[in-house]
Design a protein around this ligand. Structure first.
Ligand code: HEC
Ligand code: HEC
Ligand code: HEC
Length: 420
């Protein structure tokens, strides 16, 4: 395993060095040929229906998620994206001539989305998900461009990336692209219907769902052979959302449509990094496109959802006491929650995950009210980190997993401690 990893790392470094040398010359001459920073302001005239389609596609592709700083103007950039290699800032993509993309042609825009190349000919980092957008059709990219060029130009200067050597050398990405920029789309399920085809495009390309749900290799690349099998990029892990895993946690097409369309389904509600995905992106999808996404995630022949876990007497008393004292007021003594108001614990997908991480994090951190602006009357779920010791939290997690999750009661106090 380790040998394989080192071998792969050597291959990557060799490729980067080799290709970088050749490319440096090419890029240098190209930049000399054309002054790539100036140029005329682009006047884009597109029919209203194309602009409207571009707006819809930009939402489906969730461009705003990264290109908007907290509290900042939409698309004016500035969001800091920390990575193991340093911090990358998303850029201003409003049509400001100096700070934004006001001088970019449709061709320049296409190269950014499809090839990961900026207008000045330099490489983008894959924090901009061009490895997913690579599969975008030219006509969809042009529609997004037409929409972006109609936005109000914002004078917001871009911040410099703060990456450590050698990652601060953008040319290195040429080698990375040779290895990891693919033209073919993975298929996580079996299907061929028009809805399935559309869903495959929406999930892999526009929705770039794999950027969080697909495991990453040592160079930060998505391991497409394990597409959507789950990964922990931040505190709340993105679970396995391939057909059999979804079915094992009780998901149906109707459940997925409700979850992605409004953030709340019988199987659970969205929290962590998934919540903004739904708020900014998937809840804008048409009913037809939501159906396409569900069809692709489950396949043309959806596997039957696993039946509800049968309540087990093996659940522990200490956990039950904590549940009654702290949780039942909202989630119900019977675990049924309050329909359309507070999600049920019975059969909740988070309790049915083999990995207890998300359950523990939800209990410790709580879920902020900002997580459900569309249900303004709802009270937030408080965090319980100061009310539960490691042993109590572990017992509660085990009670929930055994009683309603169909899982083992194998959470240890150390596992809770590690997530504090
Ligand atoms: C997951 C976060 C993320 C999403 C989603 C995203 N971007 Fe980006 N984008 C970035 C980052 C980060 C950069 C800067 C990368 C760098 O400095 O190499 C960037 C750079 C760009 C650039 C180059 C701008 C410049 O001045 O060099 C363009 C154009 C762009 N994005 C357009 C888009 C569009 C259009 C969408 C939606 C279809 C989109 N981005 C979605 C993170 C994102
Ligand atoms: C004040 C009401 C309230 C209390 C008390 C409460 N919760 Fe919650 N809980 C919520 C709300 C609201 C959500 C967000 C999901 C939703 O929209 O219903 C939530 C979400 C969750 C989730 C995430 C699952 C999902 O699908 O969103 C878990 C797990 C959870 N609660 C467990 C607990 C546990 C364990 C306790 C007791 C230690 C507890 N909750 C106490 C209201 C509460
Ligand atoms: C920014 C990271 C991110 C992106 C992008 C993302 N997800 Fe998620 N997703 C998560 C996280 C984190 C969770 C766990 C929180 C939860 O269960 O609500 C999650 C949960 C889910 C779940 C619920 C799983 C379960 O059993 O509870 C589904 C379904 C899902 N995502 C589908 C999608 C689809 C479809 C897309 C693309 C349109 C997508 N996700 C894009 C991070 C992401």
């Amino acid at each position: 395993m380790i040998v394989r990893r080192i071998g792969r790392r050597l291959v990557i470094i060799a490729a980067i060095v080799l290709i970088a040398g050749v490319a440096a010359a090419a890029v240098a001459t190209r930049n000399l040929r054309s002054g790539k920073t100036g140029g005329p302001l682009q006047a884009v005239s597109a029919p209203a229906d194309v602009v409207a389609r571009g707006k819809y596609l930009a939402a489906a592709a969730d461009c705003a998620a990264c290109h908007t700083a907290p509290g900042g103007a939409p698309f004016a950039g500035g969001l800091a994206m920390p990575s193991g290699f340093g911090t990358i800032y998303a850029t201003n993509i409003t049509p400001d001539p100096d700070d934004g993309i006001g001088r970019w042609s449709a061709e320049d825009f296409w190269r950014a989305l499809h090839d990961g190349i900026r207008r000045d000919g330099r490489q983008l980092y894959p924090a901009m998900p061009y490895t997913s957008y690579r599969g975008m059709t030219r006509s969809d990219a042009d529609a997004i461009y037409a929409y972006m060029m109609r936005l109000r130009p914002m004078k917001v200067a871009n911040r410099r990336t703060e990456l450590n050597f050698p990652f601060n050398i953008r040319l290195g990405m040429l080698g990375w692209n040779v290895l990891f920029l693919h033209d073919s789309l993975p298929a996580v399920s079996a299907g061929s219907s028009p809805a399935w085809q559309r869903g495959r495009y929406l999930v892999n390309v526009l929705g770039h769902c794999g950027e969080c749900h697909t495991p990453r290799g040592i160079a930060g690349e998505m391991e497409l052979s394990r597409a959507l099998t789950g990964f922990a990029l931040s505190r709340v892990a993105a679970p396995d959302i391939t057909p059999s895993a979804l079915a094992s946690r009780g998901w149906t097409a109707a459940g997925l449509r409700a979850y992605l369309g409004r953030g709340l389904a019988r199987q659970g509600s969205a929290f962590g990094d998934m919540h903004p995905v739904i708020m900014l992106s998937t809840r804008n999808l048409t009913a037809e496109d939501l159906d396409a996404v569900a069809t692709y995630l489950l396949g043309d022949k959806a596997p039957p959802p696993a039946p509800a876990a049968t309540e087990s007497a093996a659940a522990n008393d200490a956990g039950r006491m904590s549940y009654v004292a702290l949780c039942a007021g909202c989630h119900g003594l019977d675990g049924n929650g309050v329909p359309n108001t507070v999600v049920a614990m019975r059969d909740n997908s988070t309790l049915r995950l083999a990995d207890p991480r998300n359950l523990i994090v939800a209990m410790l951190d709580g879920i902020g009210a900002e997580n459900f602006p569309h249900r303004a009357s709802m009270q937030a779920m408080p965090g319980f980190s100061d009310k539960l010791s490691d042993a109590e939290a572990a017992a509660l997690a085990n009670y929930l997993r055994v009683t309603w999750g169909g899982q083992k009661g194998d959470v240890t106090p150390a596992a809770v401690q590690a997530l504090r």
